[in-house]
Design a protein around this ligand. Structure first.
Ligand code: EPU
Length: 416
């Protein structure tokens, strides 16, 4: 099992380019199979979650090729076969295929998706969307058989603004008959990115990015070219690092408005952040103030940056709080953070109190999940001495070329 070894306390300077968004790309790829012609998707990050989706495409007899960061996907010879359980279990986004296959063939068999173990993560809202459009769902343990004589547009109100259920319902509705109105949808930028892609292929989707999405079904989706938006969580991770270790650290290819909840919080803590049109320059400061954070659906503070910001909060004077409202199990890496010297108290797995300032010291730790792994990386980079992070497969699921990017800006990091 690969590990990362990091010698802490080195200044980070120079430029770091942000890759395409994981959570956008992992939805765009399954969306591409709704089309019967060739589509190209550029700015696709080089991460293992994308490798897992390419494996699923091959299993469905979809031709896929990669030229640097552009994927060409040709579904003209696709076969609607059941995706093996081990492939669906590798990542959450595998269930976007369930929706595209249902939308296209009106029949799909599939297993419950995988993903980081950060909470229960049920799929009831996705199934509610399928049923509203006329599908019958037979659940047998975590195996689903879904059929529809006809998919007919309908009104769907989501119990919570779920990213996955919003995208899944959109994917099914695109080729359904008539109009679908989805209310209380998620507003994450990835949703609008997927809607734009589908519209470029001929879909009729309005309202992505607002509370209500309206989709008028079409019979055919045609060839298209689309670019993945920058990864706001990767960008946010580097902004946090810049606050701790940056000297004119320039983070390039960012959409700053996508991470405003983070940058405004860091500025409230006293950070020196210069925000440009598509780049952010960060310089570390000597002193920061404690702040209160509560995770919320977009445009609130993202749960995916909750773990990465905790190392920063250990360096703020006073008691900071982090309230996690989205997932039940997103403080898994706190014991390792404490092992490195942090003073953190977690209550009911929902609230963390972080008392700062505490110096951190190198230790042997582990990545418990993707963002927990990113959090440990940040701890290691600011710690005195050397840290070894085990289980880095989680980090590689979502951070493109992370070791090289960090090494290019001055980190002493080694893959072992
Ligand atoms: N939920 C339900 N029922 C559902 C769907 C969701 O109860 O049918 C609950 C979930 O349990 C959770 C909340 O609603 O408590 C939000 O879940 P959501 O469906 O929005 O999350 P997701 O689509 O499974 C995506 C990202 C996550 C990110 C969340 C929230 C992908 C592949 N994953 O997950 O990303 O945390 O949205 O922004 O897009 C990550 O990148 O590390 C990651 C976990």
């Amino acid at each position: 099992m690969a590990k990362i070894k990091i010698e802490g306390k080195h200044i980070l300077t120079g430029e770091v380019p942000i890759s395409g968004s994981k959570n956008s790309a992992v939805a765009l790829i399954p969306a591409a199979i709704l089309c019967d012609e060739e589509v190209k998707i550029s700015n696709v990050p080089n991460i293992s979650d994308i490798d897992s989706l390419e494996e699923i495409l091959s299993c469905l007899n979809v031709k896929v090729s990669r030229d640097e960061n552009t994927l060409t996907i040709d579904s003209s010879k696709m076969i609607n076969r059941e995706i093996p359980e081990e492939m669906t279990k590798k990542l959450r986004a595998s269930y976007y295929f369930m929706s595209s296959l249902l939308g296209k063939y009106k029949h799909v068999e599939m297993y419950f998706p995988g993903g980081c173990t950060i909470g229960e993560r049920p799929i009831d809202q996705t199934l509610k969307g399928y049923r509203a459009l006329g599908a019958t769902v037979i659940e047998d343990g975590d195996h689903y058989t879904i059929d529809a004589k006809e998919l007919v547009g309908s009104r769907v109100y989501l119990d919570m603004p779920s990213v996955g259920a919003t995208i899944n319902t959109m994917l099914v509705a695109v080729r359904a008959k008539g109009k679908t109105i989805i209310e209380n949808v998620a507003k994450e930028p990835e949703i609008a990115n997927v809607a734009t892609f589908l519209n470029n292929m001929g879909a009729k989707i309005k309202g992505a990015g607002t509370d209500t999405i309206t989709i008028t079904g079409v019979n055919y989706l045609h060839r298209s070219f689309h670019e993945v938006i920058p990864d706001r969580i990767e960008a946010g991770t580097f902004v946090i690092l810049g606050c701790l270790l940056g000297e004119n650290l320039k983070i390039k290819n960012v959409i700053p408005s996508h991470i405003e909840a983070l940058t405004s919080k860091l500025i409230e803590a006293g950070a020196n952040i210069q925000i440009g049109d598509d780049e952010i320059i960060v310089n570390r400061c000597e002193k920061y103030r404690a702040v209160k954070i509560k995770t919320l659906p977009y445009p609130g503070f993202p749960t995916d940056l909750q773990q990465p910001i905790i190392p920063f909060l250990t360096q703020c004077t006073g008691v900071s709080t982090v309230e996690e409202t989205i997932y039940e199990n997103r403080f898994q890496n706190i014991p390792d953070t404490i092992l490195m010297g942090a003073d953190i108290l977690v209550k009911n797995n929902r609230l963390a109190k972080i008392k700062g300032v505490t110096p951190l010291y190198g230790a042997d730790v582990s990545a418990t999940d993707l963002r927990g792994g990113a959090s440990m990386l940040i701890c290691a980079l600011i710690a005195e001495g050397t840290t070894t992070i085990d289980n880095i497969k989680y980090i590689l699921r979502g951070y493109d070329d992370i070791c090289q990017k960090l090494s290019n800006i001055g980190a002493k990091i080694e893959l072992i």
